[in-house]
Design a protein. Structure first.
Length: 409
């Protein structure tokens, strides 16, 4: 496991945080630092057709074994980390022979077994945590380390025949743009797999469908000394708008399983103009229209209260549930199940209350389930990863290559 761990520790120390408000691609130049390193690593381990395009997307091929005419498959992971918490100066803490107890981190943060029961199964194993001041970046650098380790093993093994295996690492997945510049025609694969799931032995077959709503309220600014009857404070009305969103239902704080939500997550503004971004999520795409209608209903109510207000609502499509798209190539899921079982895992079919690059890839025509990668509590300074679960994920990747190698193109 040394190679896998060394890779992971190298990757997480590189700051690759995405920026949702950037107008460039990738959204932050620092993502390219890791992309360029990965391109070099592709070449060092022996992948062919190695490329990094102008957008930082890194691709390479593990050639088919001689005489194998199996179809090509692809593995994906993303280099960027979430904008929700800093990833500057990541100091990963490797905890060998974990004792199964609560872990005290810096800044008074505690990783509690009572709040993260997955830790109970890690006693005696190796886990990697943050020091409490940053993200770890296991989402999704665990996936990158897994795919790179599996790729090297495939290139140095003659244990079984396999078809072409493509590797693709993307940027800006965390802000919904991971697949914007992937050339699917050039990849020319029958299906793909993202390594971006939590724990071990899970196969995500459904994701949320997702839109983002930008609500922009324009008021009237005037000096407060003469504001009576003239000022229309956009901040106050934005506060009213947010307060009328459902809070006892349809909010992430009170929903789980298949329940969707409307989640205001970013706001800014002044008296003259104020903006809130609200993410809309549900497993049923039609429900997103219901959420959008609710936003327009609230806007209408506020306009009736104060006709001088201007309220603009922009709905931006992000990604869609992969459920229907996976039916295009049933073997993608069948072989993921078989590969997990062959690697000694449970092959639990699950849903993910979020999205992956696979959501968009599936919508674009490349069926792409999401596989476990040993990561836990993403987007948080309590984030951690299991080395043993990452190693299990390497085995799943190898088994997938083997099983697809038995197919005829």
């Amino acid at each position: 496991m040394t190679s896998l761990l060394d890779r992971f520790l190298t990757y997480v120390k590189i700051d690759t945080q995405a920026d949702a408000h950037s107008t460039q691609y990738p959204s932050t130049e620092k993502q390219l630092t890791l992309c360029k390193l990965l391109k070099e690593e592709f070449e060092q381990v022996g992948l062919t057709d190695v490329q990094i395009n102008e957008y930082g997307i890194v691709t390479g091929t593990i050639p088919a074994t001689p005489g194998c005419a199996a179809p090509a498959i692809a593995f994906f992971a993303h280099v960027d980390t979430s904008p929700e918490f800093t990833s500057v100066n990541v100091q990963p803490q490797v905890r060998t022979n974990y004792d199964g107890k609560d872990i005290t981190l810096k800044e008074g943060r505690v990783l509690k077994v009572s709040e993260c029961p997955e830790l109970k199964g890690q006693t005696g194993k190796t886990i990697i945590t943050t020091d409490g001041t940053t993200l770890l970046g296991a989402d999704d650098k665990a996936g990158i380390a897994i795919v790179m380790t599996a790729a090297e093993r495939l290139l140095n093994s003659t244990d079984f025949p396999h078809g072409p295996v493509k590797v693709c690492f993307t940027c800006d997945e965390e802000i919904g743009h991971g697949t914007d510049h992937i050339d699917l025609a050039a990849l020319d694969c029958i299906c793909g797999y993202t390594l971006d799931g939590d724990g071990a032995g899970k196969i995500d077959t459904e994701t949320f469908s997702a839109d983002m709503a930008e609500v922009r309220i324009t008021g009237i600014n005037i000096h407060p000394s003469i504001g009576k009857g003239k000022m229309v404070n956009a901040i106050r009305y934005l506060s009213k708008f947010i307060s009328r969103l459902p809070r006892e239902s349809d909010a992430p704080e009170v929903t789980d399983e298949r329940q969707g939500f409307m989640h205001p997550y970013s706001m800014s503004g002044s008296v003259a103009e104020a903006v809130v971004e609200i993410i809309l999520r549900d497993f049923e795409t039609e429900q997103l229209k219901v959420y959008a209608e609710k936003l327009h209903e609230i806007a209408k109510e506020l306009k009736e209260e104060e006709p001088r207000l201007e309220i603009e609502i922009k709905i931006i499509e992000q990604y869609r549930n992969m459920r229907e798209g996976l039916k295009k190539e049933p073997r993608a899921l069948e072989k993921a199940i078989a590969a997990s079982r062959a690697a000694g895992q449970s092959a639990e079919l699950s849903i993910i209350r979020g999205g992956t690059d696979g959501s968009v890839l599936t919508e674009k025509g490349l069926p792409t389930p999401n596989l476990s990668s040993g990561q836990h509590i993403p987007h948080s300074p309590l984030e951690w990863a299991s080395l043993e679960e990452m190693e299990q994920a390497v085995d799943v990747v190898l088994q997938l290559a083997k099983l697809w190698g038995e197919e005829v193109n």
